[in-house]
Design a protein around this ligand. Structure first.
Ligand code: F6P
Length: 341
C-alpha cells in the first residue's frame, strides 16, 4: 500500500509523533511505502512530497512542530483544491491519505473523501474543541505550558502587588483557559462560552486585597468577551489571510482593571509559546496511538473515517460526524472552576 501523510492547519505538539507512528506501523508491520506531503494540502496540490522511511522519522517523537511543515488552506479554495487533489492523488498512486489536522483540515478531509479519495483523518488541536473525540493531542502540552506560566506569574504578582491577566489560546472554546486556570489556581477565569462582567473581577480582586492577599491572577481565553455594555471592547476581525484575529482581550482587560481598581495590572499574552516545543508524555502516547490506528483503518479499508479517543479506547468515527459542532466547555465544568465568569 502507498500511504500519503500530511499535516495541515496550525501546528501542534505531537504531530511528529503521529508521523513517526504511521511510518513505523506501515513499514514494519505492513511493508507499505509512506510519502509525506510538504506544507499540508499545498504540498499535495503542488506535488511536493518526500519518501518517509525509518531514518526520516528517527528522533522526532519528542520534537515539537512538524517535520513536514504545515499551512492553512483558505476555505474558499477548498472545493477547487479537492478536484486537483483527487487528480494528483491518483497520479501519485495514493492508496490511503492520512491528513492530520484540526477543524479546517478535517473539513477538507471530508470533502476529499466525498470526492472519492481514500482518506483516514487524524484530529489535532491544542484547543481540544473537536466534538467527536474526548481529547486531542497538543492540549495537554498547551495546558502544561499555561499552568506553568500562571504558577510563575503568581510569584512576581505577589512581589509587586499586581493583578496579572494571562491570555491563553482558545478562540471559540475555553478548554485551555479552564484547565490551566484550574490547575494554576487562577482567581478568575474568562471563557468564550460565557460573557464576563469586569465588575465581578473588580469585586474579586478587592475582596482578595481586603483579606490581605495582595495580588491576583486572571486567566482569560483569547476568545473571551465582556457582557454587552460592561466594557468597551470590539471583537476581532478576519485578516488578509482569512484567519480570525482577536483584539487582544488580555491587554484590554488589564487596562480596564487597572483603571477601575487603581492598582497595577499587567497583561501577559502567552500566544504561540503554548504550541511550541516538546509534547508531554500524554500527548506523545495519544498521537502515537492515533497514527497506529489510522494505518490499521487504512488496511481494513475504513475510509472516510477519523481516529478518536472515547474513554480510554481509540475508535473510528465518520469524518461526516467529526466536525458538525465545536466542543465547548459545558456549564457544569464552568461551575466546577468556581471562578468569576
Ligand atoms: O487552533 C489552534 C490555535 O492555536 C488557536 O488556539 C489560535 O487561536 C490559533 O490557532 C492561532 O492561529 P495562528 O497560528 O494562525 O495565529
Amino acid at each position: 500500500m502507498r500511504i500519503g501523510v500530511l499535516t495541515a492547519g496550525g501546528d501542534c505538539p505531537g504531530l511528529n509523533a503521529v508521523i513517526r507512528s504511521v511510518v513505523h506501523r506501515a513499514l514494519v508491520e505492513h511493508g507499505d511505502e509512506v510519502i509525506g506531503f510538504e506544507d499540508g494540502f499545498k504540498g499535495l496540490l503542488e506535488g511536493r512530497f518526500r519518501k518517509l522511511d525509518l531514518d526520516a522519522v528517527s528522533g522526532i517523537l519528542a520534537r515539537g512542530g512538524t517535520i513536514l511543515g504545515s499551512a492553512r488552506l483558505e476555505r474558499a479554495r477548498l472545493r477547487e483544491a479537492c478536484e486537483t487533489a483527487k487528480d494528483f492523488s491518483r497520479e501519485y498512486g495514493i492508496d490511503a491519505l492520512i491528513p492530520i489536522g484540526g477543524e479546517g483540515t478535517l473539513t477538507a478531509a471530508r470533502m476529499l473523501s466525498e470526492a472519492g479519495l481514500p482518506v483516514v483523518g487524524v484530529p489535532k488541536t491544542i484547543d481540544n474543541d473537536i466534538s467527536s473525540t474526548d481529547r486531542t493531542f497538543g492540549f495537554d502540552t498547551a495546558v502544561g505550558v499555561a499552568t506553568e506560566a500562571i504558577d510563575r506569574l503568581k510569584t512576581t504578582a505577589e512581589s509587586h502587588q499586581r493583578v496579572m491577566v494571562v491570555e491563553v489560546m482558545g478562540r471559540h472554546a475555553g478548554w485551555i483557559a479552564l484547565e490551566s486556570g484550574m490547575a494554576g489556581g487562577a482567581h478568575g477565569i474568562c471563557l468564550p462560552e460565557r460573557a464576563f462582567d469586569p465588575a465581578d473581577l473588580v469585586s474579586m480582586v478587592e475582596e482578595r486585597f481586603a483579606r490581605g492577599k495582595k495580588f491576583a491572577v486572571i486567566c482569560v481565553a483569547e476568545g473571551a468577551h465582556p457582557a454587552e455594555g460592561t466594557m468597551d471592547y470590539a471583537k476581532g476581525a478576519i485578516d488578509q489571510f482569512g484567519h480570525e484575529r482577536f483584539a487582544g482581550i488580555g491587554t484590554k482587560l488589564a487596562g480596564e482593571l487597572e483603571r477601575r481598581l487603581g492598582k497595577e495590572a499587567r497583561p501577559v499574552i502567552l500566544g504561540h509559546v503554548q504550541r511550541g516545543g516538546t509534547p508531554t508524555a500524554y500527548d506523545r502516547v495519544l498521537a502515537t496511538r492515533f497514527g497506529w490506528h489510522a494505518v490499521e483503518a487504512a488496511h481494513r479499508g475504513e475510509f472516510g473515517m477519523m481516529t478518536a479517543l472515547r474513554g480510554t479506547q481509540i475508535t473510528m468515527v465518520p469524518l461526516a460526524d467529526a466536525i458538525t459542532e465545536l466542543k465547548r466547555v459545558p456549564e457544569d465544568r464552568m461551575d466546577e472552576a468556581e471562578s468569576v465568569f
